[in-house]
Design a protein around this ligand. Sequence first.
Ligand code: CMP
Length: 139
Amino acid sequence: MSTNRTFTMIKPDAVENGHIGGILEKISSAGFKIVAMKYTQLSTRDAEAFYAVHSERPFFGELVEFMTRGPIVAAILEKDNAVEDFRALIGATNPAEAAEGTIRKLFATSIGENAVHGSDSDENAAIEGAFHFSGREIF
Ligand code: CMP
């Protein structure tokens, strides 16, 4: 069964490059409602836990280093078909392959520093949202 929520992070590269406003505008214009949001910074332990599924990948160390180097914006978004529609809005993991008009095409610089995260399944959206937010932070 598909649910109507997904989880996103505006990653350190996009924050450093001044793209928080531009990315939130794209999210809002695409019809997503923000039901939880915070400006925060991941610790090494946070990033290692969040990306545990990638721990055997050769880029894991680089990924943890990148995701902890500065603040991020974490958010839970609501819309019908949220997971699939949000992945279409952000575009391919590698910005060089992302479609015109997608968030990664507009704001990302490389496959590693790709501006935004979007959950890849309803199950992971729920896990990732709960990683960052308690029940009383979700509206
Ligand atoms: P995301 O899909 O949000 O979550 C996994 C992240 O790993 C991905 O974004 C990229 O930031 C990173 N990643 C994926 N593939 C590579 C790669 N080949 N080299 C470096 N980082 C990568």
